[in-house]
Design a protein around this ligand. Structure first.
Ligand code: HEM
Length: 243
């Protein structure tokens, strides 16, 4: 991976060099490259540091998106009434598409209200990142337990994503619950919260929307290892069938 990223980095440097008048870029890679001049004082990012960042972004963003998309696919396939509702929305969007428009675009994705419910429900139930780390900045008391200032602790998403006070029958996959659900603060945190919140949250939603758009319109799956659990889906092998 380091070799692949080094190659991308080298190509980008050449491209930037050829286009010196480009002004401030909002591309993450360019921003990191811009800091290279400060690297001698240990402040900037040398190639090695940039590659380490890119590798960590790739891992942070790969498995989690796959898990959420495959969770949605397995549940939709299992519950045809949710699948049909989500499919109808996608078909409507395609029907309204003007002939000059070549394919799926961001404006259409923003209209996918029911798909957004499906994604929320999959994020809630898949719990791609079950825990994240925090440090207590003051001594706090939670339900009779004291966490002293300075202690490190882990949040555990099962406690709030499966809380029956917020989610009726919390273990059931039901995208329609999001039609009128306003989760209480800190009861839906698939991407964490605060300054350390996942920087890839919007990209992740976008990726899952694109995957589900094409799945709903053109594919179905067939589970191969029927003995495997689907609630929630883990180690399910499937065969994709083109409609
Ligand atoms: C459905 C997919 C994803 C889920 C559920 C997810 C979830 C999370 C969670 C819970 C955290 C910890 C947040 C916290 O401590 O408050 C996190 C951090 C992070 N995520 Fe994601 N993530 C997803 C996709 C992505 C993508 C697509 C990228 C980038 C391309 C990404 C990059 C990162 C990075 C770099 C961090 C560390 C941030 C930091 O420590 O400052 N994630 N993610």
């Amino acid at each position: 991976m380091a070799k692949i990223y080094q190659h991308i980095l080298d190509e980008r440097k050449v491209m930037i060099g050829k286009n010196k008048t480009r002004g401030k870029s909002n591309i993450l890679l360019d921003m990191m490259l811009d800091t290279q001049d400060d690297d001698e004082q240990g402040k900037g990012f040398n190639d090695e540091k940039i590659i380490a960042m890119l590798v960590s972004y790739t891992f942070a963003g790969f498995e989690s998106v796959g898990l959420v998309a495959s969770t949605a696919i397995m549940y939709l396939q299992k519950y045809p009434h949710f699948l049909n509702k989500a499919k109808e929305e996608q078909e409507d969007i395609v029907k309204r598409r003007s002939p000059s428009n070549e394919g799926l675009n961001f404006h259409e994705i923003k209209q996918m209200k029911y798909l957004s419910n499906v994604i929320n429900e999959s994020l809630r139930i898949a719990m791609a990142k079950t825990i994240f780390f925090r440090e207590a900045r003051t001594t706090i008391n939670i339900n009779g337990y004291t966490i002293p200032k300075g202690w490190k602790f882990l949040t555990f998403s099962w406690n709030y994503h499966l809380d029956p006070h917020t989610y009726v029958r919390p273990k059931e996959f039901n995208p329609s619950r999001w039609d009128d659900l306003e989760p209480k603060p800190a009861s839906f945190l698939p991407f964490g919260v605060g300054p350390k919140m996942c920087p890839g949250a919007n990209l992740a939603r976008l990726e899952v929307s694109v995957i589900l758009h094409y799945f709903l319109l053109y594919y179905r799956v067939e589970q191969v290892n029927l003995e495997s659990k689907i609630e929630p889906p883990r180690n399910c092998f499937v065969r994709f069938k083109k409609l």
